[in-house]
Design a protein around this ligand. Structure first.
Ligand SMILES: *Cc1c(COP(=O)(O)O)cnc(C)c1O
Length: 371
């Protein structure tokens, strides 16, 4: 018997499954017993600190209780840390979930969504899912954010502008003046969303979080954060959005599932916000390693984009799918970029020192043609 046919929504026809990156199990066979450097998913391999591990263990001992549907304790903690109202926080089962919720809450067929390119694919995919049109602002020849094009785009009444700052995969970011110019140029009828998944790695005089601008901004703004990256909790799936608009938060809360954030994730995130020492230490080490890797890669004659994330975007001057495939045999997972114009780029996460060394050594071998 043939499996029965069924037509899903036509908007889905142009979508492809998200490229989630390889798992350790996926590559174990090919790596021939080597320790595997998992540098494809921008995780924090240091993991969470002791207090967070304790909070998780405590929470998992009560699996039969539904979680708090509003994550009130965590919302209060975020409100305290940011000086913003706890009622203007919305939680997601990872910030990917929030991107999906945002799209379903605000996008209508034909609406225009502005994104940066090369992009975090989900910024585009969920817009397409809703039948919206995506306008990409491409990096300039010098691989900088094209501020002129971006400011012109956001001055129009587009429905939504969705920007990762720092950008994933490119790693580049909006300088404080550029962020101010963006906020000033925003059309008052349009929603601006800054996805700050890597904010902890971006600190410095040349970066400012949009959260610091939220209280004083008079146009609809949404800032997304996650516990998956610097906080080392990717497996638990928890992220949050903060807005200056009750309408935006209200709509997202209507659209999301009521218990979308599990109880272990809520407990872990709360402990993570209250105990940041280990996270800060791990971030500092990652930032040092990021610099060391960038120097080594540049020394190999490769183009490396400046990055404020826990990853680097590297032009390996040949198809990165092939390079990434050869890297697997040497026990290294990276993410080859497949979007048009960036097929020679790979994104490599900054891992532990031994992982980064394993990547650098393997890449030297591959580029010299002796894997
Ligand atoms: C990793 C990442 C996310 C997803 O984070 P989760 O909270 O794990 O869903 C969101 N946005 C960007 C730009 C990312 O790189």
């Amino acid at each position: 018997m043939q499996p029965p046919r069924f037509s899903a929504r036509s908007e889905l026809a142009s979508l492809q499954r998200y490229n989630s990156g390889l798992t350790l199990d996926d590559v174990a066979q090919r790596a021939g017993g080597r320790r595997i450097a998992k540098l494809g998913s921008n995780e924090n391999p240091h993991g969470p600190g002791a207090a967070v591990r304790e909070a998780m263990a405590d929470a998992i001992s009560r699996p039969f209780v539904y979680p708090d549907p509003s994550a009130r304790a965590l919302a209060a903690e975020i409100a305290g840390a940011t000086g913003l109202a706890g009622e203007r926080v919305v939680f997601g089962d990872g910030s990917e979930d929030l991107l999906n919720v945002l799209a379903r809450a605000v996008l209508r067929p034909g609406d225009e969504v502005v994104t940066l390119f090369p992009s975090f694919p989900l910024h585009e995919d969920y817009a397409v899912m809703m039948g919206a049109r995506v306008t990409r602002i491409e990096l300039t020849q010098e691989r900088r954010i094209d501020m002129e094009a971006l400011l012109a785009a956001v001055a129009r009444p587009v429905r939504l502008t969705l920007i990762a700052n720092p950008m994933n995969p490119a790693g580049v970011w909006l300088a404080p003046d550029d962020l101010n110019a963006l906020l000033a140029a925003q059309h008052p009828d349009s929603l601006l969303c800054l996805d700050e998944a890597y904010v902890e790695y971006a600190a410095g005089a040349d970066y400012v979080s949009c959260l610091d601008r939220l209280g004083a901004h008079d146009k609809p703004l949404l800032v997304l954060r996650t516990f998956s990256k610097a906080h080392g909790l990717a497996a638990l799936r928890i992220g949050y959005g903060v807005s200056n608009s009750d309408d935006v938060i209200g709509a997202m809360n209507l659209v999301r599932t009521p218990f979308n954030v599990n109880g272990v994730a809520q407990a872990a995130a709360l402990a993570a916000m209250q105990n940041t020492d280990e996270m800060v230490t791990a971030v500092a080490e990652t930032v040092r390693e990021r610099k060391r890797m960038a120097t080594a890669l540049t020394g190999m004659g490769l183009e490396v984009l400046p990055s404020k994330g826990n990853f680097l975007f590297v032009n390996c001057a040949r198809p990165s799918v092939e390079v990434a495939d050869q890297l697997i045999d040497l026990g290294v997972i990276v993410k080859p970029w497949k979007q048009a114009g960036y097929e020679n780029f790979l994104r490599v996460s900054v891992g532990l020192a031994w992982e980064n060394d394993q990547f650098l050594d393997a890449l030297v071998c591959i580029l010299k043609g002796r894997p």
